[in-house]
Design a protein around this ligand. Structure first.
Ligand SMILES: *Cc1c(COP(=O)(O)O)cnc(C)c1O
Length: 336
């Protein structure tokens, strides 16, 4: 099977499985798990924050971040297409009583800071209290520029807002921006990072922030049922993902660029290669037959998600040869 549906489908390597089998563990709810503690200390240092928390998922890390920054009746500004607005079951509102204030994303994935300014509520008891701006990088595979993120920091400082980054794929952003990840994360009060996407861990995300912020998040993690006991089994794989995963993401970007260039030559598809900045390629089937294409490819053991557009994701379990096989399959579908 070659799986282009997402970079979440990556399987743990032999090395990860060995590390998991050997991991020293303890009860992490007591703070006793040396492998979790090691990962959290390493991550805090790596991203330039006081503290880090290992979480079950990216959704959980974002929820804990919003709930640690905002109280009941507060609100956070976010993109209309933000993961922590659209794809997390409304968790911040459901569980935190925190109201989202979505703002239409610009085509580059950013939130226009003038629109954000206009959305900040006045100090008036009719309104929720605006506390937080939440950005996402990468967003739909697009990278926020370093200049924009610097401006967003200044904007938040000017208006007394906190700034969170949903950095599920922040290492992909760093590869594209040709910088160390800390050049991005230094602008934020908190950052969530997925280890179980292109970095290759089977399970787990990180939340980064100040010591007091992470203490609040740790309490909330327990409340939502995320106090995992011998979690060192997972942290052992996560450690390898964090250390080694970023080093090869450029290969995924090369494969995505190669794929989008080749697909853009097919008249039946609409692909803009210039918009492929990281590991995600979007292709529109002009005929609208993406479900038929999906079924045709599935018979050749190639998995894609049908959609308008189709989203194709490259990752560590997709080689250049696999990309060639997908291209062959797509070409044959249109010849048939
Ligand atoms: C995948 C993702 C998450 C959260 O992912 P989980 O599946 O909950 O681990 C959050 N934000 C973005 C942008 C994502 O792509």
């Amino acid at each position: 099977m070659i799986d282009f549906r997402s970079d979440t489908v990556t399987r743990p390597s032999r090395e990860m499985r060995d590390a998991m089998a050997r991991a020293e563990v303890g009860d992490d709810v007591y703070g006793d798990d040396p492998t979790v503690n090691g990962l959290q200390a390493f991550a805090a240092e790596r991203f330039g924050f006081e503290a880090a928390l290992f979480t079950a998922t990216g959704t959980q890390a974002n929820l804990l971040a919003i709930m640690s920054h905002c109280g009941r009746g507060d609100e956070y500004l976010c993109g209309q297409s933000a993961h922590n607005y659209r794809y997390e079951g409304g968790g911040a509102a459901v569980l935190g009583s925190v109201q989202p204030q979505p703002i239409e994303n610009e085509t580059d994935g950013s939130i226009c800071l003038d629109k954000a300014r206009a959305a900040i509520k006045a100090n008036d008891f009719h309104f929720a209290v605006t506390r937080l701006l939440s950005l996402e990088n990468t967003i739909g595979g697009k990278v926020l520029s370093l200049d924009y993120q610097r401006e967003a920091r200044a904007f938040c400082d000017e208006h007394g807002l906190l700034l969170h980054l949903d950095g599920a794929r922040v290492f992909n952003a760093a590869v594209n921006s040709n910088c160390d990840v800390t050049e991005i994360t230094r602008h934020y009060d908190s950052v969530s990072v997925c280890l179980s996407k292109g970095l290759g861990a089977p399970v787990g995300s990180l939340l980064l922030g100040s010591r007091s912020f992470i203490d609040r998040a740790t309490r909330l993690r327990k409340m939502v049922g995320g106090g995992m006991r011998q979690a060192g089994i997972l942290a052992a794989a996560a450690q390898i993902a964090l250390e080694q995963g970023p080093l090869r993401l450029h290969e995924d970007h090369d494969n995505a660029r190669y794929l989008s260039n080749a697909l853009s030559e097919l008249p039946q598809l609409e692909v803009n290669p210039a918009s492929t900045q990281t590991n995600i390629v979007y292709a529109r089937c002009k005929s609208g037959k993406s479900a038929q294409l999906r079924d045709y490819l599935a018979k050749q053991d190639i998995l894609i998600t049908a959609g308008d557009p189709i989203r194709l994701v490259t990752h560590l379990d997709v080689s250049r040869q696999d990309v060639e096989r997908l291209l062959d399959g797509v070409r044959r579908f249109y010849l048939a």
